[in-house]
Design a protein around this ligand. Structure first.
Ligand SMILES: [Zn+2]
Length: 460
């Protein structure tokens, strides 16, 4: 080998080692441990059950928030009142099957007159609570939601049919099916299975619920909003993928938060984005058959959803939506025009697709509810100029954590790249420059359940 060739070779080797030293020589991100009970639970999610739920919801003719909810209409089975009573009875039936393990509740309030609500209207959210079994962790809440109201071309048409099979009987079915399969298990933290109304009139139901959660000081760690998860059968649909939308800059960020985000590059590290990344890791671990693909934006262009209500109150919340929507099958009167079928009908829903979305939800909810609480008050010490990085945190509240992992990634990477188990400590120094990577800390228990990751704030 000539000296020149040898020098080039040496340079190449040095470069590789330098970059390894830069980004750490520890293992790349390990999979979370798969919990056999959670695995068994999500496998019970059934396309047939989901299909029966969607068909039942569509059978109420319309579920417009402004539609009938008087006793006669409920008895006849038409309108949102009948849908609400049926959802409640379903949750109650699941609860009977688990010895009364679910608390079935309603959150009912009068809204309007308002923009899309011409006269005062009673809006009712229906939900079931699977109370956490660990006294130190039962106050922690993870939540899944879908909206059971529907609409057709006219948001004020109280009488016309509005089947809403995909939007959003599919998401409602995900909440119900997760309740059915997860209620057979016990988790240290609480899971809430929510179905809201008023989405199509202006997110009224979720706004009321999220405000209630905030006012009552609920510790909501994560919200999964499933809206339009029917996998519409149009030709261009990708039936293997579900989109997960998450806000970058939090809707509830203070001026101080915004200054820090601007200064340090925190645009991709909201708590909602950590939740989105968590879903991706759950998929890697459990392989539920549905690939979550993250969309780094709050929602689709000019569109909104119930996760935003939770974001506004400072909660981590994401939206799951099918890969490609067919706008002929949303918010449309049922009709055929020039050979094109319009309307949100049952026949356009792919129930195997919804099944896999529900499985991903169930695995995520179970993983979060089984895990220790996230580490609290995570800080990165910045008093001195140095190339090492010292992180400190308070122990995960609730006593489930037996160790902590420090995660990191390059500032341009969408996902966590590396993890190092640092043991059961609340302070560690990493031989990495804080200026070159993004850090986070997460708690784990002895079975390998992982909490959500928490990005540090600087401490002088
Ligand atoms: Zn919707």
């Amino acid at each position: 080998m000539s000296f020149k060739k040898w020098a080039v070779w040496l340079l190449a080797v040095c470069t590789v080692f330098a970059s390894l030293a830069q980004f750490g020589m520890s293992q790349s991100l390990p999979n979370m441990a798969a919990d056999p009970q959670i695995m068994a639970a999500w496998r019970q999610v059934s396309a047939q059950r989901i299909q029966a739920t969607v068909q039942k919801l569509v059978s109420f003719g319309t579920r417009l928030t402004l539609s009938a909810q008087d006793p006669q209409s409920i008895a006849k089975g038409r309108g949102i009142g009948a849908a609400r009573e049926w959802i409640k009875s379903e949750f109650e039936r699941y609860s009977l099957d688990c010895g009364g393990c679910l608390q079935v509740k309603t959150d009912s309030f009068a809204e309007g007159p308002a923009d899309r609500i011409p006269k005062a209207t009673q809006i009712t959210n229906v939900y079931a609570v699977l109370k956490g079994t660990d006294p130190g962790n039962a106050k922690r809440v993870v939540l899944v939601t879908g909206h059971y109201d529907s609409r057709n071309s006219d948001t004020l048409d109280v009488n016309g049919d509005a089947p809403g099979a995909n939007d959003d009987a599919s998401g409602t079915a995900v909440s119900l099916e997760c309740a059915r399969v997860l209620s057979k298990l016990k988790f240290p933290a609480t899971i809430i299975f929510l179905t809201v109304a008023g989405e199509e009139q202006g997110l009224n139901g979720s706004r009321h619920f999220a405000r209630m959660a905030k006012e009552q000081g609920w510790n909501v760690e994560g919200v999964l909003n499933n809206d339009i998860v029917g996998g519409d059968r149009s030709a261009e649909q990708d039936h293997s993928v579900v989109r997960v939308f998450s806000e970058g800059i939090p809707a509830a960020a203070s001026e101080q938060d915004l200054r820090r985000i601007r200064g340090l590059g925190g645009e991709s590290d909201s708590a909602s984005r950590q939740l989105a990344r968590y879903i991706v890791e759950v998929d890697r671990t459990y392989q539920t058959g549905m690939i979550p693909t993250m969309a780094f934006r709050q929602d689709r262009y000019l569109r909104g959803g119930d996760h935003y209500s939770f974001n506004q109150q400072g909660f981590a919340a994401v939206r799951l939506t099918e890969f490609r929507e067919d706008f002929h099958h949303q918010h449309q009167n049922v009709r055929t025009e020039n050979g094109t079928e319009y309307g949100d009908l049952v026949k356009f829903v792919d129930f195997d697709y919804v099944e896999r979305v529900a499985r991903l939800n169930a695995a995520t909810l179970g993983s979060l509810a089984a895990a220790p609480a996230p580490a609290a008050n995570v800080h990165l010490l910045t008093k001195d100029l140095e190339n090492d990085s010292t992180l400190t945190w308070d122990a995960s509240p609730g006593g489930l954590a037996t160790a902590y992992e420090v995660l990191w990634r390059s500032t341009t990477s969408p996902v966590w790249e590396h993890a190092q188990n640092v043991g059961n400590v609340t302070r560690t120094t990493m031989k990495l420059s804080k200026d070159n990577v993004v850090f986070a800390v997460r708690a784990l228990d002895k079975a390998g359940h992982r909490s959500l990751a928490v990005v540090p704030t600087p401490e002088r």
